[in-house]
Design a protein around this ligand. Sequence first.
Ligand code: MN
Length: 247
Amino acid sequence: MIDLHCHLDLYPSPRETAEICSKTMDFALSVTTTPSAWPGTSSLAANSPTIQTALGLHPQLAGQRYRETDLFETYLPDAKWIGEIGLDGAPEFRESWPQQIAVFRKILELCNAAGGRILSIHSRLAATDVLVMLRQVPNTGTAVLHWFSGSSAELQQAIALGCWFSVGSPMLRTKKGQSLVQQMPKNRVLTETDGPFTQTAGRPACPWNVAEAEQHLAHLWGMTVPELSDLLRTNLRVLRQTVPGLP
Ligand code: MN
């Protein structure tokens, strides 16, 4: 099982959740929402070959935390995985749009200068803007669009730009999400939960609940779950090879 986007530090018992991940999963990417959360969240993954911690600054927090780009720069040499970053175009975050743009651009420029990273990117109601910025700052590494919810046309642009995708149950339950996933190249897709912000059976989803997304995806693609798991493990190996020196 692979969860390419979860928030380990936001569970009620992060250490226990991390331990179960290490025992039961192939891989979990533990994303953060602020640079100041990076040291503590990284410690959850210490000595775990299963969990990698991503350095992030969430677009919904950019309005309050934009000053933390300095801290982002400080930690970047040690962070090979980046997320959660990106843009959020929802009306409730419109006020912070200038800071969102400034933070996202700064992070992309830093990743470019650092030789590239793997980026887990939020693009809610802002897919076109995210793609424009990815085009403006080349060589940032490999962009993985998490929970992509743009249009088919935007999806085609993302595919042409070389983006990868991480998809979860909430997406796979809707007709629109299913249609988008059907258009994605199967060799550039991974699974995610975005837990604990999503739910499985009425409770906050844990990383191992990514099993539900695997079932949906296997069904959608007409594969067995073991066949799908093999494909996802291969995809993860290929993704890791896109950026040199990745743990
Ligand atoms: Mn998230």
